[in-house]
Design a binder for this molecule. Structure first.
Ligand code: UDP
Ligand code: MG
Length: 319
């Protein structure tokens, strides 16, 4: 008999003491229905302030399929996923939220699709945004529209980070070692053949979302700055446009002075022009600043995450 294929499920967890046990049971049920595979859970504790780590230790002591990595502080979901990718050993690797918004029941179907061999990864997207504040949905839609226009990574509206992929794809993801990570863009950028599975939005079983509107907004700016240079081009273009306008204005003023003399008037319009140009200049500097700030963080080469505790002796503790 051929050796069983292994599947590693990466689960970033931040304050998930209520949801994690429910998630664990659901995954165990799915594992039982897949006798042809060995499922391993790779739980990543992203500096939780509740008892998430205690639960992880408990699960790991009871069940040898559970491995956990515990960060020294909260590094964010992106860092948690990256730590998972760096330390996942399975033939197939999946990323799932701990809150059951990524239904484990989809796993068998996803595995079956990969087994057919036509695709390298199966990703999920929710087709509804039920249970989400309307304003949040609105900005989310806007974000997807803008980023797809201006970036080379194609990012699907409603895409979740929940996906199952082959080893080769994981290697590609780990090779992208940028500090400012935006996984949705990274998945799109590396390519590979991806099958999309639509599903209905599910609300989290317990606990609450860790993403405030402001956090999401900053994350979307990260996405744009990481995968597009369009804002910089826009700044340059504005510069060119304004230079052209200024040139025409100079000509106009010289001609007017020669023909009609120069009665002092137009104080209000002068101030308007100064304020307007000042505003545009600051905006463009702000855009450049965003890129510079990202570059600054990149060149420091700080580690993405620091693991303070784990039950996996081979885990890469700092990366
Ligand atoms: N998460 C994390 N670090 C953070 C924030 C969130 O590891 O700083 C995890 C969280 O525990 C969950 C997943 O990322 O498993 C998605 O978070 P959440 O459900 O709050 O986001 P939403 O589904 O509302 O977008
Ligand atoms: Mg969630």
């Amino acid at each position: 008999m051929a050796a069983k294929k292994t599947v590693t499920i990466i689960v970033p967890c931040y304050n998930e003491e209520e949801a994690l046990p429910i998630f664990y049971r659901a995954v165990c049920d799915v594992a039982d229905s897949l006798p042809g595979y060995t499922l391993t859970l790779l739980l990543v504790n992203d500096g939780s302030k509740d008892h998430t780590l205690t639960i992880m230790r408990e699960l790991a002591s009871r069940d040898e399929r559970v491995r956990y990595l515990s960060f020294s502080r909260n590094f964010g979901k992106e860092a948690a996923m990256f730590a998972g990718f760096c330390n996942a050993k399975g033939d197939y690797v999946a990323v799932m939220d701990a809150d059951m918004q990524d239904p484990p029941s989809l796993l068998p179907q996803m595995l079956a699709i990969l087994e057919e061999g036509e695709y390298d990864s199966v990703a999920t997207r929710r087709v509804t945004r039920e249970g989400e504040p309307p304003i949040r949905s609105f900005f989310a839609r806007m974000f997807y529209r803008i980023i797809n226009r201006i970036s080379e990574a194609d990012i699907v509206d409603g895409a979740r980070d929940f996906r199952l992929m082959k080893r080769e794809m994981v290697a590609a993801i780990v090779s992208m070692c940028e500090y400012n990570r935006f996984s949705k863009g990274i998945f799109g950028w590396i390519g590979f053949r991806t099958k999309w599975l639509p599903f209905q939005n599910v609300e989290r079983v317990a606990g609450e979302t860790k993403w405030s509107f402001w956090k999401l907004f900053k994350y979307s700016i990260d996405g744009i700055v990481n995968f597009s240079q369009a804002p910089l081009s826009l700044a340059s273009l504005t510069g060119v446009l304004f230079t052209a306008v200024a040139f025409l204005m100079i000509l106009f003023i010289i001609v007017r002075k020669l023909l009609f003399g120069d009665p002092v008037a137009g104080w209000a319009s002068t101030i308007c022009v100064i304020l307007f140009i000042g505003g545009i200049q600051l905006l463009c500097m702000g855009i450049i600043g965003q890129y510079l700030a990202k570059t600054y963080m990149e060149v420091k080469h700080r580690p993405h995450y620091i693991i303070a505790e784990t039950n996996d002796d081979e885990a890469e503790r700092v990366r």
